[in-house]
Design a protein around this ligand. Structure first.
Ligand code: KG4
Ligand code: ZN
Length: 383
């Protein structure tokens, strides 16, 4: 069976063809996976601009779907069903993929399967590894979400905890912005962090012990909070700025006035960085390293606690932040110590893609789930 997946929930237009084959160890095979990233467009604004995103999806979607079919060496006639992300995400962006998938399904007379974006991230693990030992504790950690799920049987997801404020990826992006490092922040901080001392700054992540007033029915013990760490980073950045200004005043008194940009650690081309530039670069690397250690520790503490709580036989970590090198290394090492196998998707399947949507679509297809042409996007769809 061939499933065409379509994903447009945020700033990636993606389409993929995934085949279901008769191999219980690896039932799903990626025949093609195309991702058109809009990162260059949004970089200029330091984050995703929803209106620009939906307009770009409209420009890209036909070509992306055509390319996915072409790369898989199939035509629409060979496809058995279409899976599409219904939500959550940016409503304008979601609507582009959804409307396109509905039109395609109607014109080719194919079944249409609505998919939850996070189910896609969870299924990326099964797509990459085949069946996982169940029950599994699965952390989905991305720019928009940080949620823990119990997967007791294939396709059944139970929410165990989630972030009360920022998602972990969002915290990465905001901290990178504070430090003037660019967008998206996750990969940049990941690259700089190994150069720094991860104990240089104490940046604790708040531990949620109280119930969420907005969701009193949920226990909330496994919830996350990442907005405090961003403020803690900001405090250190401000203190460093004050320190730099004081030093400059001191230097001016001694006739060593320099231009402001040089002071910020931007060595001019063709010349070795001076002492204050080196100190600034060290400050940024130490802060990135300390921030990354705290975030990774918080994510893994809660995930391993959840695993114990549900008697998990495996742990899965998916979503854009699962591409993080420290998270990958620490999770695997902790899993080894705890005697629990840890599963991560390939780097290409970590960030948003449509192969995971096709995989989740296959799961839902076999559960008998189909959508009619009245299917609508849902920006805050629950799993
Ligand atoms: O899953 P994804 O592509 O989109 C959402 O559904 O949000 O995740 C994107 C997020 C961004 O916040 C990005 O900064 C983060 O994943 N990210 C990373 C890394 N690569 C991407 N965060 C930390 N380390 C990375 N290597
Ligand atoms: Zn995602």
């Amino acid at each position: 069976m061939l499933m065409l997946g379509i994903e447009s929930s945020c700033d990636e237009t993606a389409a993929a063809v995934v085949a279901e084959v008769d191999d219980p160890a690896r039932p799903w095979q990626i025949r093609s996976s195309i991702v058109a990233s809009q990162v260059e467009i949004h970089r200029e604004w330091g984050g995703v601009v929803p209106e620009l995103a939906s307009r770009q999806h409209i420009r890209d979607i036909c070509g992306v779907v055509e390319r996915a079919l072409g790369d898989a060496s199939v035509t629409l006639r060979d496809i058995d069903a279409i899976a599409v992300t219904q939500g959550p995400g940016l409503v304008g962006s979601l609507l582009v993929g959804l409307s396109f998938a509905k039109s395609l399904a109607a014109s080719a007379n194919l079944p249409l399967v609505p998919v939850h974006h996070l189910a896609g991230h969870i299924e990326s693990l099964f797509l990459h590894h085949g069946p996982l030992p169940l029950p599994a504790a699965v952390l989905v950690v991305s720019g928009g979400h940080t949620s823990l799920f119990e997967v007791r049987e294939p396709g059944a997801y139970r929410l165990l905890g989630r972030t009360r404020d920022d998602a972990a990826g969002e915290a990465y992006d905001k901290v990178a912005k504070l430090l003037g490092l660019g967008y998206p922040g996750g990969p940049i901080i990941d690259r700089i962090a190994p150069e720094g001392d991860d104990r240089a700054f104490d940046l604790p992540v708040a531990r949620m012990t109280h119930r969420d007033r907005n969701a009193p029915g949920e226990p909330g013990r496994l919830d996350f909070s990442f907005s405090g760490i961003k403020t803690a980073v900001l405090r250190h950045v401000r203190a460093q700025e004050r320190h730099g200004e004081a030093q400059e005043r001191h230097g001016e008194r001694h006739g060593e006035a320099r231009r402001g940009t040089e002071r910020r650690g931007e060595a001019q081309e063709g010349r070795a960085p001076d002492e204050s530039e080196q100190a600034q670069a060290r400050f940024v690397a130490d802060l990135c390293a300390s921030f990354q250690r705290s975030v990774v520790e918080a994510l893994l503490d809660r995930t391993f606690e959840a695993a114990v709580m549900i008697g998990a036989r495996s742990i899965g970590i998916a979503g854009g932040v699962s591409a993080n090198s420290r998270l990958r290394a620490d999770a695997t090492a902790r899993g080894r110590r705890a005697g629990l196998p840890v599963f991560l998707p390939s780097l290409a399947l970590s960030t948003d893609n449509a192969a995971m949507i096709a995989a989740a679509g296959l799961r839902r297809y076999h559960q008998g789930i189909r959508a009619g042409l009245d299917l609508n996007a849902d920006a805050s769809l629950r799993l």
